[in-house]
Design a protein around this ligand. Structure first.
Ligand SMILES: O=C(O)CCC(=O)C(=O)O
Ligand SMILES: [Fe+2]
Length: 728
């Protein structure tokens, strides 16, 4: 009886407020007192004693700093924090501050027990089995902060802690008697008054997500401490924060129904953290398949299938290449603008899919693991409509790619890299922002088209949307049989780009096992010319393009900054070459949109890449580029026929991808003008790839700059920046 009424009250508070206080929780008052005293004692020591704990890195086991968001927030908060992860792996006593380590350990055990009880009561309040939330590990991870809000001489000029929601399932907070915590309800700040012996409990973002918004993660803050005594508090977060956690969380199935469909997709905690940090909370509103608007050859025979060439069917092409396009709001203030935008995109897509009907099919493997396109009733391209609770301005700099935009492209929860069988070949997520702007997150299967083919398709879709009638100039042609292998296959080159090379250098370790940073460098035309003339100045017989010289310069800077070892190890630089213009015997009809690219590959030892002149390395790049001829392409087709490589090889490689040749901005006017940004989002999943991007956004000045975008371990950033800008 008593339990039932407690459950009811907790449920009601979690729905309405997201905050409540608990008394009679069984933790002795004396323990709470000792905890508050311990925290105070730590913070009031000399800086010398505290210094050893200082770090701003949330992924380290213990943490001590003032203002975790010092470099990103608009103002500094009047508060210091020391803390640690306390579960599932409790800290060792000797790693904690001597003055408060013991009580921190003791207190965190009480918190864990109380947290488990609270998750039982919350499960019951949701009408679930008592253990439901515990069983999905909501109580498993725990982070404890010990906070000190010093007296602030001018408390009306700042805050103790600015407005936020907690990135946790649940937070349990011990506060002293000074007060200052406030929760936002109906646009009004309401005090959470100190109650002696009570603990404050609040719902965090993750619990809001999995309860599909039944429980709310309320915004709260702490005003700056205007008293003469410090304010002490100890929040205990049930959350993994920055520690990796592969678990995916989405709305609990038992809570969903036809009237209450899932408002969120399933996310790993890390994906959720990215969204949380970028503050782009995205809600998926609907998902639907788009089919060609009139019959296609695929409708005439149920067994219709399409041949893909070996250029289309390489492991590297088994991806849905992601890109995002941002559009600012137009002055069109029509009330149902969102549904009009969506309808225009959808109608035009259905039209162009008549000609580009292979994009409405799926891929399957036939003999030897070779791919083909097949068709069925449940297929089509996938469109997703989503909305963000933010304006585009919250996304930061819209001229360079940002991994935090990942939620703007749709992913199924259980996708695996390079597994594309049965996946839609085109996935489009339209996300509407509160400012009236929107983004198009596009994933297009690389087996169906290369970059040039993709541009041709997008241009047709955009022109059709803009003009309200089908425009396809040129008309697409399939013709993949042009690139059939020879019989018997004739492999005439070594195709080093595909060789499996054992990684014997420190590259893999530096790039895949640290958390690399994604960095972007704007390189103007003048600088590109300068690099080319340095290379040619060293060797007047060198006939190179500015791409050759820039690629060599990036390669050298990268190898030096990463301090690659051992020196005699062989490195490879690969880059894609468009062979369309180099075909002689093979004839391609205009409108061909399949893959006609080969990877060129330059090879050189670490020592030579580092120490050779720029002209010598440029020559390697130039030679690799001109080696790619029709003959080379036919040899590659035959190589793939014979070997059918199944793994993407990264050993010793830097892979440059050129998007600079694509008219991404010009072709993407669907009737709402040119996009402000068009390009990739997140390179970190393949940190050996460097992308060269055009600088074409309407807000970028359009000065023919390019953006070099790549991943670097934090320790190499400074050196790479210096080398790339020729400042060494
Ligand atoms: O110190 C408090 O009272 C609240 C702290 C808090 O909200 C937090 O650290 O997330
Ligand atoms: Fe908080």
């Amino acid at each position: 009886m008593r339990r039932r009424s407690v459950v009811e009250k907790i449920g009601e508070a979690s729905e309405k407020w997201g905050f409540f206080q608990v008394i009679n929780h069984g933790i002795q008052l004396e323990v709470l007192e000792r905890m508050l005293q311990g925290i105070r004692a730590f913070h009031e020591q000399d800086s010398e004693a505290k210094k050893r704990f200082y770090t701003r890195d949330f992924s380290s086991d213990t943490y001590y700093a003032s203002n975790f968001d010092l470099y990103t927030s608009q103002g500094a908060s009047w508060r210091d924090t020391v803390g640690c992860y306390t579960a599932p792996d409790p800290p060792r006593l000797e790693d904690l501050p001597a003055v408060c380590g013991e009580i921190m350990m003791e207190f965190s055990k009480h918190m864990k027990a109380l947290g488990e009880l609270l998750f039982e009561l919350l499960s019951e309040a949701l009408g679930l089995n008592s253990n439901h939330l515990k069983d999905i590990d909501c109580a498993k991870s725990q982070v404890m902060f010990c906070q000190y809000y010093p007296p602030c001489p001018q408390p009306n000029l700042t805050l103790g802690l600015s407005k936020h929601t907690d990135f946790s399932f649940l937070t349990v907070l011990l506060q002293d008697n000074i007060g200052g915590l406030q929760v936002l309800r109906d646009q009004t700040w309401i005090d959470v008054p100190p109650v002696p012996g009570a603990l404050v409990v609040n719902i965090g973002d993750l619990l809001q997500l999995i309860t599909n918004d039944k429980f709310i993660s309320a915004e709260h803050r702490v005003v700056a401490n205007g008293s003469t005594e410090p304010r002490i508090s100890a929040p205990c977060f049930f959350s993994t924060f920055m520690k990796a956690n592969p678990h995916v969380y989405g709305p609990i199935k038992e809570l969903l129904s036809e009237e209450n469909p899932a408002k969120y997709r399933e996310l790993t905690i890390n994906e959720f953290a990215d969204i949380f940090r970028s503050k782009t909370i995205i809600t998926i509103n609907s998902k639907f398949l788009v089919h060609p608007s009139s019959p296609t050859p695929a409708d005439q025979s149920p067994r219709h299938s399409l041949y893909l060439s070996n250029l289309d069917d390489t492991v590297g092409a088994r991806v849905l290449t992601p890109s995002v396009y941002f559009y600012r709001s137009s002055n069109d203030q029509t009330k149902n603008r969102e549904s009009l935008v969506l309808k225009r995109l959808q109608d035009a897509l259905a039209e162009v899919l008549v000609l580009y009907y292979p994009l409405s099919g799926r891929l399957r493997e036939v003999e030897n693991g070779k791919l083909e396109v097949f068709f069925g009733a449940e297929q089509g391209a996938l469109m997703v409509s989503a909305s963000s609770s933010m304006g585009l301005d919250y996304l930061g700099d819209l001229t360079v790619p940002n991994p935090a935009w990942l939620p703007l492209i749709f992913h199924y929860p259980k996708e695996e890299a390079y597994k594309i069988l049965e996946m839609p070949l085109l996935i489009v997520q339209v996300t509407f922002f509160t400012c009236g702007g929107f983004s198009l997150g596009i994933r297009l299967c690389h087996c169906i088209c290369d970059g040039f083919g993709a541009m041709q398709f997008l241009a047709s879709w955009a022109a059709t949307a803009k003009n309200g009638r089908l425009i396809a100039d040129p008309e697409p042609v399939w013709d993949r049989e042009v690139f059939k292998p020879r019989n018997p296959p004739m492999v005439k080159y070594t195709h080093d780009e595909y060789l499996a090379v054992e990684e014997r250098s420190n590259l893999t370790n530096s790039l895949w096992e640290t958390k690399p940073l994604q960095k972007c460098y704007r390189i103007n035309k003048e600088f590109q010319c300068r690099v080319k003339s340095i290379a040619q100045g060293q060797d007047s017989s060198l006939m190179c393009s500015s791409f050759d010289a820039m690629a060599a310069h990036i390669w050298k800077s990268w190898v030096k900054a990463l301090d690659v070892k051992p020196l005699e190890y062989n490195l490879r630089l690969t880059f894609s070459v468009n062979v369309r213009t180099r075909l002689e015997a093979l004839k391609l009809r205009e409108g061909f949109y399949g893959n006609v690219v080969c990877l060129a590959c330059a090879t050189s030892s670490v020592n030579n890449v580092m120490n050779d002149t720029l002209s010598k390395t440029t020559r390697l790049v130039q030679e690799a580029r001109v080696r790619v001829t029709e003959d080379y392409l036919r040899s590659m087709v035959d190589y793939v026929e014979v070997k059918r490589p199944k793994r993407l090889e990264f050993g010793g490689k830097l892979m440059i991808t050129q998007w600079t040749r694509f008219e991404m901005y010009e072709t993407a006017d669907f009737g709402w003008g040119k996009p402000v940004y068009a390009g990739p989002i997140d390179l970190r999943p393949t940190p050996q790839v460097c992308v060269l991007l055009p600088q074409g956004g309407v807000e970028s000045g359009g000065d023919q700059s390019m953006v070099v975008c790549l991943c670097l371990p934090p320790s190499a950033v400074h050196k790479f920046t210096r080398l790339l800008s020729l400042n060494d």
